[in-house]
Design a protein around this ligand. Structure first.
Ligand code: PLP
Length: 403
């Protein structure tokens, strides 16, 4: 039997509990789901992309339907550097099939089994399970309103290093955090960079959401702060995904960082998939070159703004006063804190029976470090009416559940 032949890593691999949870609610009629993390299909620029795909295949097909470079399409790299306004060499960028691949390559390049990755607690489950599958020990650091708690981080790193552990990198989602909806304050970003520089601990900045800002002032990314204020392109590796901007089906992201690390990550890409999809890369290069990106981003921001506003208003109107929640200015998630003795895992079953779902917060923590009195709500996939109705129902369910 093949199951007896599986590697230890495969046997121990965790499945995505979130996929299972979402699947368990799929066939419930009239369910209002705040569980998934999908962007609205109404934000996909279908007409422009279909025209660009046709043009690329027709006019550049001889080259583009060939095998592509493992480093990524040179034209796309050029356009990305112009778009973001960086004076970097193309060797400092790698194009990957989604952020998931970039995160996998960086971890594969740096980690030996048993090494420690510091993550925020809560954090994005997709990354946590990948880190775990590659043999990482995960150390979760709590978030406050301004981002990762630096005092806890410093104490933990000290503790780990004193125990002889190797801390390989810090994984953070500074903008419109998934799942916590928090954006790291500017000063916290600087303090984190200074600490990382002093300790020589690389930072992996996962950035799928910074362009989904619906109000307030943008805060520079960690990579930009390190580049502009510390003249450093080594300490932060930033991964930017197109999944929430253009559509996750494209499977496209790019990563910027140290030339040496990018080269090693590229070496992993060669082994795993040779290159990302060549056609999608060239299509996105044209999307940028022909000036579609800025109006499209404006469109997405205008599209999502009422959904976030509705979610925040509905939460303040319908949720019991003892529920605390993040008030993001963008992204696609909000995060709720329940009273200490109120379990979101138990609430999930009751809510599901009343046709409302969310993801219990415990799913977003490294194993053994779970908190149960928290949950994530997505606001990019339901209609405005469903958001209002869903929050009204959830408020009632919470009140009945916690008396
Ligand atoms: C924080 C974070 N990182 C990475 C990803 C995965 O991105 P991609 O679709 O580019 O692999 C997601 C998707 O939800 C995410 O929220």
């Amino acid at each position: 039997m093949i199951s007896q032949k599986l590697s230890k890593a495969t046997k121990n691999m965790k499945s995505s509990l979130i996929r299972e949870l979402v699947a368990s609610t799929r066939n419930i009629p009239d369910l209002i789901s705040f569980a998934g993390g999908f962007p609205s299909p109404k934000t996909f620029p279908r007409e422009t992309l279909s025209k660009l795909y046709a043009d690329v295949v027709l006019n550049e097909g001889e080259q583009i339907l060939q095998y592509g470079a493992s480093e990524g399409d040179p034209l796309l790299k050029e356009e990305l550097l112009k778009w973001e306004g960086y004076d970097l060499s193309p060797e400092q960028i790698l194009i990957t099939a989604g952020a998931t691949n970039a995160i996998f390559y960086m971890t594969s390049a740096l980690l030996d089994p048993g090494d420690v990755i510091i993550c925020e607690a809560p954090s994005f489950l997709g990354s946590l399970v990948a880190f775990d599958a590659l043999g990482a020990e995960l150390c979760g650091i709590p978030l406050d309103k301004e981002g990762i708690s630096l005092t806890v981080l410093q104490d933990k790193v000290h503790e780990l290093q004193s125990a002889g552990k190797k801390v390989k990198f810090i994984y953070t989602i500074p903008d419109f955090h998934n799942p916590a909806g928090i954006t790291m304050a500017y000063q916290r970003r600087k303090d984190l960079i200074e600490y990382a520089l002093a300790m020589n601990i690389p930072i992996l900045e996962d950035n799928p959401y910074s362009r989904l800002r619906y109000s307030g002032e943008a805060i520079p990314t960690l990579f930009r702060i390190a580049f502009e204020e510390y003249n450093n392109t080594e300490i932060v590796t930033e991964v930017v995904s197109f999944s929430k901007i253009l559509g996750p089906g494209l499977r496209l992201a790019f990563v910027k960082g140290s030339k040496t690390l990018i080269e090693r990550m590229c070496s992993w890409q060669q082994k795993v998939n040779i290159s990302p999809d060549n056609i999608s890369q060239r299509v996105v290069a044209h999307f940028l070159a022909e000036g579609y990106m800025e109006p499209h981003l404006q469109f997405i921001q205008d599209f999502y703004r009422p959904y976030l506003d509705k979610m925040l208003t509905a939460m303040s109107e319908h949720l019991p006063a003892y529920i605390q929640y993040s008030k993001p200015q963008g992204g696609i998630f909000t995060w709720l804190w329940l009273p200490q003795d109120m379990s979101a895992d138990l609430l999930f079953d009751t809510a599901k029976a009343h046709k409302v779902t969310f993801i219990p917060g415990s799913k977003f923590y490294p194993a053994g470090q779970e908190q149960n009195n928290c949950l994530r709500l997505n606001f990019s996939y339901s209609s405005l009416t469903q958001i209002d109705k869903g929050m009204q129902n959830l408020g009632k369910i919470m009140t009945d559940f916690y008396t």
